[in-house]
Design a protein around this ligand. Structure first.
Ligand SMILES: [Mn+2]
Length: 322
């Protein structure tokens, strides 16, 4: 299946011999799956292709290949640079400066300012992995079981296991093709979606216990303070997916999770179901994001911040009911 025009991309790739692949900082399954799948396909075509990451992979994503590069100096030497799943140049982190010359940007985020020479930005694709799949089809690249695994991880991550509203019939058609190409979907589902570490369950239990629910059950806020973080040795890996816990309670329209991984530095993740525009709440605190997922970081006390977020969420909800 090929719905997009990749002719310029294919032309550029055809002329290049050394290709560097980048993605956004704090990469998720879509970012990593897209990058490694593209790298695999390019290598299969005889190119010298490498992935660049800021930090070593751990936790949830340990199953991806470990032979990536982390030195920004090395990135400049490639004759073609491709960014995947990255909505803006600054999100390339320490590779932002190296991303120049012949560049391609493949993404599915709403981009304010496409930042490459060639930009394939397709918002209707639920994941960048789906766009990469179509690119590989257009290039007639071989899709090995390893490449299929990477793309499956990408699609399954960004669609929340094919449950989010961004999932389309095309998502399923592409997934079917990946299964035929040998994707080990059960292992990936189990790893990415079904199982959690015991610590994650313990943190979830704590968050549930501390959940404050107001406005007839429509707003829920909970927190992990620094004291808890220190005692339970919580890392950012342990928090993956926890942000959507308040919203996942039946009847809740908008929720927030406050986490204090460093003393005095509180990260707030806001999520909404259908009605509340949480990007407005985040903006009130100097943050940003989307209507259904946004956030910000600030100082202060957890308790005071919690109350002021509850108040702002209430105001947003009341405005809708008015
Ligand atoms: Mn994505």
């Amino acid at each position: 299946m090929v719905r997009y025009d990749f002719s310029e991309v294919i032309d550029k790739i055809g002329k290049a011999t050394r290709i560097a692949v980048f993605t956004h900082v704090m990469p998720d399954g879509d970012a990593l799956g897209s990058a490694f799948a593209l790298r695999g396909a390019l290598r299969g075509m005889g190119k010298q292709a490498d992935c660049f990451l800021e930090k070593p992979l751990s936790g949830l994503y340990h199953f991806f290949p470990s032979d990536y590069l982390m030195e920004a100096e090395k990135a400049a030497a490639y004759d073609l640079k491709i960014s995947v799943d990255c909505g803006e140049r600054s999100r390339l982190g320490m590779f932002a400066d190296a991303f120049e010359g012949d560049t391609i940007n493949i993404d599915h985020h709403r981009e304010k300012e496409p930042f490459a020479q060639i930009n394939i930005v397709e918002e209707k694709s639920a994941s960048t992995g789906e766009i990469i799949y179509e690119l590989l089809c257009a290039m007639e690249a071989a899709i090995t079981p390893k490449i299929a695994d990477a793309l499956y991880a990408a699609v399954a991550t960004d669609t929340g296991g094919f449950m989010f509203s961004n999932t389309t019939a095309d998502t399923h058609r592409i997934t079917a093709a990946l299964m035929e190409a040998g994707a080990d979907f059960y292992t990936l589902n189990k790893h990415l979606l079904l199982e959690k570490t015991l610590k994650k369950y313990q943190l979830t239990a704590l968050c549930v216990e501390r959940m404050e629910i107001v406005s007839d059950g429509k707003i829920a806020v909970t927190y992990l303070d620094y004291d808890t973080v220190r005692k339970m040795q919580v890392t950012s890996d342990d928090l993956d997916g926890l942000s959507s816990l308040p919203r996942s309670i039946k009847g809740v329209e908008a929720g927030a999770l406050l986490t204090e991984l460093e003393a005095g530095k509180i990260k707030v993740s806001l999520r909404s179901d259908r009605l509340v525009d949480v990007s407005k709440v985040a903006a009130a605190f100097g943050g940003g994001g989307h209507m259904r997922a946004s956030g910000f970081t600030c100082g202060g006390s957890i308790e005071e911040l919690k109350q002021s977020i509850l108040q702002k969420l209430k105001t947003e909800l009341d405005r809708l009911n008015a």
